[in-house]
Design a binder for this molecule. Structure first.
Ligand code: NDP
Length: 283
């Protein structure tokens, strides 16, 4: 039987619709949530992501503060911009669109963002809180994956969750969030042996590899929940995930499509974090 397709657009809209009322309530108290998005250079994919973040801000009534700078900017100049945003009371969240040009240290930039405004959740304070199970900003894409699993009523407790990918942006945080939900988690990477067999033992499979359709349909345990984080362009120019969708959906219980699965959730959770940051300022 064919899997239930997890509709990320619908779940993301439900989340942003609820946020709209929260933004209105904050405005009634004199606070307009503000998100600063720093874009360095002219990377077309980055420009596209930034434009859709700005559009969602506009829809929700969140003030979007665009900081577009040339790719010739120095590390010191970029850090000065971050410092100014850290000190600006109208800015509640700061996002630096990655990747940065090679001459810049992403690590130093991420560490410079105030932990109170780290709405991307990649700073050391946010990631430390995630490990410590303390409240804090959760990285947007991993949080979005969990929200999708919850939205479709999949119980993680006692299940075997297999995460393919161990990046700081997706693989590691989503593994910790699955652990928080009492799944038994296996984290796979490029040196994992017998990846197919490991995937086949997963009740939940999260693919965050960045390789088009690498996780094959016959790697999926019948009935499993498949969350595909990958965004790749196939040889024929189509947007595809890390999972061989057509074959996998014939075995899975639930599966996210690409596009329309995890992608819309990332922006929704960024908006969620921005509203949380603005609410925190009122406490
Ligand atoms: P990274 O390149 O940072 O990490 C990829 C991970 O996959 C690494 O841990 C790597 O292992 C592992 N890997 C690579 N090849 C293999 C292999 N053959 N077998 C097993 N594991 C392998 O990617 P990201 O985590 O940043 O992103 C992953 C994907 O998710 C990309 O397609 C990206 O575009 C997409 N993405 C989508 C988002 C969204 O909003 N939907 C947001 C962020 C990312 P090792 O550590 O050993 O090198």
């Amino acid at each position: 039987m064919s899997a239930t397709i997890i509709d990320g657009k619908r779940v993301a809209k439900e989340i942003t619709d609820a946020l709209k009322s929260e933004v209105d309530a904050l405005k009634a108290k004199g606070v307009t949530p503000g998100l600063a998005v720093v874009l360095v250079g002219e990377n077309p994919a980055s420009k596209k992501y930034v434009a859709s973040k700005e559009k969602t801000c506009e829809t929700l009534g969140i003030k979007s503060i665009g900081c577009k700078v040339p790719d010739t900017i120095t590390q010191a100049e970029l850090l000065k911009i971050i410092d100014d945003l850290n000190n600006d009371p109208a800015v509640h969240g700061i996002l630096v669109q990655l990747p940065l040009p090679k001459q810049l240290s992403e690590k130093e930039v991420m560490h410079r963002i105030s932990s109170l405004k780290d709405v991307d959740g990649f700073g050391p304070d946010s990631l430390g809180r995630l490990v410590l199970d303390e409240p804090g900003f959760l990285p947007c894409t991993p949080h979005g994956c969990i929200k999708l699993i919850e939205a479709y009523g999949v119980d993680c407790a006692g299940k075997h969750a297999v995460v393919v990918g161990r990046s700081v942006i997706v693989g590691k945080p989503v593994s910790l969030l699955l652990l928080r939900k009492n799944a038994t988690v296996t984290i796979c990477h490029s040196k994992t042996a017998n990846l197919k067999d490991v995937c086949l033992s997963g009740d939940i499979v999260v693919a965050a590899v960045g390789k088009a359709e690498m996780v094959k349909g016959d790697w999926i345990k019948p009935g499993a929940t498949v969350i595909d984080v990958g965004i790749n362009v196939s040889a024929d120019g189509k947007l595809v995930g890390d999972v061989e969708f057509e074959a996998a959906k014939e075995r899975a219980g639930f599966i996210t499509p690409v596009p329309g699965g995890v992608g819309p959730m990332t922006i929704a959770m960024l908006m969620y974090n921005t509203v949380e940051a603005a609410k925190n300022m009122l406490k």
